[in-house]
Design a protein around this ligand. Structure first.
Ligand code: NAP
Length: 278
């Protein structure tokens, strides 16, 4: 049996655990998916030592960036974004080992300095941990079908890990973007700077802040919604509720709206792809 799981803290209801448990049952895959709520990232080596048969892990808040020093390698996308939400654990093929049948794959990407001590490391002899970012795959695949030729400029609301992934994809799609923050740094703007003039050109607006997430659903990012038109595309990374106040107010103006549900499914499918094929 193969073992997978999720690290983060706190871990309440987990979409990933439900998704993979159902997938394994439906497709007769001999695997399980466990939750590993670790209070501090320093406990990660102990988790690995106690679960020596793990093949893959998802990583969620607050460890998507903090996990990086514990990894041996990063794929190119995760390196550029600086955030990891999927780890593949690879053992070289050892006679009698059934743990990882694809251990011979070529290892590419940047080598990062492992944060494990010499006493921790021997417990994982030869184990290679490689980090990936599948959030951006889910985002790109769910955004692309909605893009119209006039969606040339975008506003990214928020400056956290998710915003970095969104910015990476917009660069890839050659969509110019401005980042909006409550405390703007050089090159960024504040919410007060968003006006009718700006919104005429910036017709793609992506909410990467948690504002409006259940249970606090009666709030939304502070933008002038009355200036939105049917040319605008509002994308909210939030998936609970399905229609945030941000999306409701955009829809009322005739804008096209999209929530984060397809992105969530897309990142999970992409994680599976990484674990199975690399
Ligand atoms: P994060 O690191 O906490 O960043 C969120 C950013 O939003 C902050 O950097 C902050 O930017 C801004 N922000 C936070 N609280 C705010 C508030 N009360 N008012 C205004 N702005 C606020 O979170 P994250 O990891 O980037 O994730 C962001 C959201 O994306 C979460 O809701 C998460 O669930 C969602 N997400 C969804 C998916 C998916 O698959 N659909 C994947 C990843 C993340 P400033 O301080 O600069 O304003």
């Amino acid at each position: 049996m193969k073992h997978y799981g999720l690290i983060g803290y706190p871990l309440g209801h987990s979409f990933s655990q439900k998704f993979f448990t159902e997938k394994f049952a439906q497709e007769n895959i001999d695997a399980d998916y466990q939750l590993f709520p670790i209070e501090q990232i320093d406990l990660f080596p102990t988790l690995l030592a106690e679960n020596p048969n793990l093949c893959g892990l998802n990583v969620t808040i607050p460890y998507k960036e903090k996990i990086i020093p514990f990894l041996d390698e990063l794929d190119e996308t995760a390196r550029e974004i600086g955030a990891v939400n999927v780890i593949k654990l690879v053992l070289p093929v050892i006679a009698g080992s059934t743990r990882n049948p694809i251990g011979q794959e070529e290892q590419r990407g940047l080598r990062v300095k492992p944060a494990m001590t010499e006493t921790q490391k021997p417990a994982m002899t030869e184990l290679t941990l490689k980090g990936y970012n599948s959030d951006v795959i889910g985002f790109e695949n769910s955004l692309k079908p909605l893009l119209q030729p006039h969606h040339k400029k975008a506003l990214i609301l928020g400056t956290g890990g998710a915003a970095k992934g969104v910015a990476y994809i917009l660069r890839k799609l050659s969509i110019h973007y401005i980042i909006v923050s409550r405390t703007p740094k050089s090159g960024q703007i504040s919410y007060a700077d968003i006006n009718a003039d700006l919104l005429r050109d910036y017709t793609l607006i992506i909410n990467t802040t948690p504002i409006g997430t259940f249970p606090k659903t009666d709030v939304c990012p502070d933008i002038p919604y009355k200036e939105l038109t049917n040319k605008h595309l509002l994308y909210d990374l939030i998936y609970n509720p399905e229609k945030t106040l941000f999306l409701q107010r955009g829809e009322a103006q005739g804008a096209t709206i999209k929530n984060g549900l397809e992105m969530l499914h897309g990142q999970a499918l992409a994680a599976w792809d990484i674990w199975e094929r690399g």
